[in-house]
Design a protein around this ligand. Structure first.
Ligand SMILES: [Cu+2]
Length: 117
């Protein structure tokens, strides 16, 4: 009876270990292929997070939670810009390369997006 219980315990703990291992493996998978959305909150005159790391092709959404207008504008080449976002408004962009952006209304507000390879 005791031996049977031991076998059962070993079998179950073995299964748990296998399932746990798969779970951990999935958790650490680096090659994510499905793009996801990241949110950058604009509040208190700041982009949060200020420095965001994403995967190539992910979508970044800027949400203005301040009472004043803000925008998100490509800092180096002005290649893209959200245009003014009022309180509660948002704008999104698919990001494929490292970006540095700022708020053209309040030029001290800056942020970066890094594409992780
Ligand atoms: Cu601003």
């Amino acid at each position: 009876m005791k031996l049977f219980a031991l076998h059962k315990f070993l079998l179950i703990s073995g299964l748990v270990a296998i399932l746990w291992g798969i779970h951990i493996n999935n958790g650490l998978t680096i090659d994510r292929t499905i793009p996801i959305r990241h949110t950058i909150t604009i509040s208190m005159m700041k982009f949060t997070p200020e420095n965001l790391v994403i995967k190539k092709g992910d979508t970044v959404v800027w949400v203005n939670k301040d009472i004043v207008d803000h925008d998100a504008t490509d800092e180096k080449n002005k290649a893209w810009a959200s245009g003014p976002l009022k309180k509660g408004e948002s704008w999104s962009k698919v990001i494929t390369k490292d970006e540095q952006y700022y708020c053209s209304i309040h030029v001290v507000m800056k942020g970066t997006i890094k594409v992780n390879k």
